[in-house]
Write a protein that binds this ligand. Structure first.
Ligand code: GLC
Length: 492
């Protein structure tokens, strides 16, 4: 079975969030499935943004791609092949679309021509697949940026022997971004009001269209798959997802356990592992010294890492912080929303001895924090899967999470399941509820002893490896999508 990924992010070339990690790790894991159900290496199509380095001598294939905005109706795009670790990365290079400061926008907001940019990206990927001479069985499409691929398939390639028979699997990483194309911009996709492919006259919701047209849709945890069917979490797509019935499933993301392993992590001062956690104390000491916090103070250190974004619940932390720092220290690493930064800065400025705020994105520091903290906070309002909590578990730092989406699926609450838990969970998206959960966690930490050690150990023992857990489920989903396409496609 030949599988082709189309995605707007892929670690380490282009990343703003967890999407990039998942595309990279899943592509690699699929290529190493025992019994080789998937032809390896698989192809991953990614826009060649300005910041993406192109290795010297990488093979380049120019192709002509239909472009409704070009005078001649087609434009030249270059496909640059890069041998990645475990898959073939195919960069879609078209400077007018992608040689810009940001991936999706700049300080002024989203780029106005995103429909054209990602439409062209998808069109180029489809044309490159045709030109490649090797048909693909599955188009694995990630988030709204890749949704045009299946819309185009059904609009222009239904009778194409290569693209027409390919099954589409739409993977939803973040329902908050739909890729809305207003009617006056439909022509950038080659569409017009009244086109049979459109369901509404006001424009086109690309993510909704991707869901409608794909043979199978999945999101990145069973917990979020259930939530997405409700108005509270469905972001206006709950009805569309309900209509998919059993063709909408949840598959929990894995964690690349070779990339995230405290036993081999070169960014931490003392390696440690489940069998021998002694190194963690040295990691803690070094981290506190580095951040100007007192390493002899026994009070617990709670860490939080991520995009400073209301989704992630940083505002809940900011609200809880003034009371929380009476009993714990806080380490926060991330950048983003200016208002959130300001409120956290305020707390940090008043108590620099209790709070370290690092306003940046720093891969190595993130690793030192995961290894050096005592507890990890992830109070997300919604979380399709989340990766931080899985890393924290593996690095021996029990997570404090809101009971939602993938957090619900990956962390067992010690308060409701004493002696079986791996972390702490709460329900309400309020600073008060977060504070109560932190206090319960702090109390357990302070008691220490064998009880605490086994809580940490249970967390470190969790197996989130892609190859054993989630990748085989994707293989099943791809197989199902292929069967559905074969029976339902009129050209079949
Ligand atoms: C998005 C989601 C996050 C998920 C990631 C990868 O960033 O918000 O929950 O882990 O995609 O699937």
């Amino acid at each position: 079975m030949r599988v082709t990924f189309i995605a707007a992010e892929c670690e380490p070339w282009a990343k703003t969030g967890g999407l990039a990690d998942v595309v990279d790790a899943l592509a690699r894991a699929l290529g190493t499935q025992p019994g080789a159900p998937v032809d390896a290496p698989i192809d991953v199509y990614l826009p060649r943004y300005r910041s993406v380095p192109v290795p010297e001598g990488a093979p380049v294939t120019p192709i002509r791609v239909p472009d409704p905005t070009a005078l001649t109706g087609t434009t030249e795009v270059r496909i640059v092949d890069v041998a990645a670790d475990g898959y073939r990365l195919r960069l879609v290079d078209h400077p007018p679309a992608f040689d810009r400061d940001g991936f999706y926008g700049d300080a002024a907001g989203d780029y106005a021509d995103n429909a054209w940019r990602f439409g062209l990206f998808c069109r180029a990927a489809l044309e490159a697949i045709r030109a490649d001479g090797r048909a693909t069985d599955v188009l694995s499409l990630h988030d709204w940026h890749a949704a045009p691929a299946v819309v185009f398939r059904d609009r222009w390639y239904a009778d194409d022997p290569v693209i027409g028979r390919a099954a589409a699997v739409m993977t939803l990483h973040n329902l908050a971004y739909h890729g809305w194309v207003p009617r006056e911009r439909l022509r950038e996709l080659g569409l017009a009001v009244g086109d049979p492919i459109l369901v509404e006259d006001a424009g086109l919701d690309l993510l909704r269209a991707g869901i409608d047209h794909a043979e199978l849709v999945n999101t990145v945890s069973p917990g979020f798959a259930a939530e997405a069917l409700t108005p509270q979490y469905g972001m206006g797509l709950n009805g569309t997802l309900r209509a998919k019935g059993d063709r909408f499933v949840g598959i929990l993301n894995g964690l690349d356990t070779t990339l995230w392993d405290p036993a081999t992590d070169r960014d931490i001062v003392a390696p440690f592992s489940r069998g021998d956690v002694r190194g963690k104390a040295a990691c803690r000491r070094e981290l506190l010294v580095e951040l100007g916090l007192d390493p002899r103070d026994p009070s617990p250190v709670i860490g939080m890492i991520g995009r400073l974004d209301p989704q992630k619940g940083f505002d809940l932390l900011a609200g809880a912080a003034p009371s929380l720092i009476a009993d714990a220290r806080l380490v926060v690493l991330g950048s983003g929303d200016a208002k959130l930064v300001a409120s956290l800065r305020d707390v940090a400025a008043r108590r620099p001895d209790r709070v370290a705020l690092l306003e940046r994105f720093d891969r190595a520091l993130a690793r030192r924090i995961y290894a050096g903290i005592d507890l990890f906070a992830m109070p997300s309002r919604f979380e399709p899967c989340g990766q931080g909590q899985m890393i924290a578990l593996r690095y021996g730092s029990p997570p404090i999470v809101r009971r939602t989406g993938g957090l619900r699926d990956t962390v067992v609450d010690e308060l409701s399941s004493p002696g079986r838990g791996t972390g702490f969970a709460f329900d309400d998206a309020t600073p008060v509820a977060l504070l109560a959960a932190c206090r319960a966690a702090i109390a357990r930490f302070a008691t220490g002893g064998a009880g605490w050690d086994s809580l940490v150990d249970r967390g470190m023992a969790q197996d989130f490896d892609w190859t054993t857990g989630s990748a085989p489920k994707y293989v099943d989903a791809f197989r199902r999508a292929v069967e559905i396409r074969a029976t339902e496609h009129r050209g079949a």
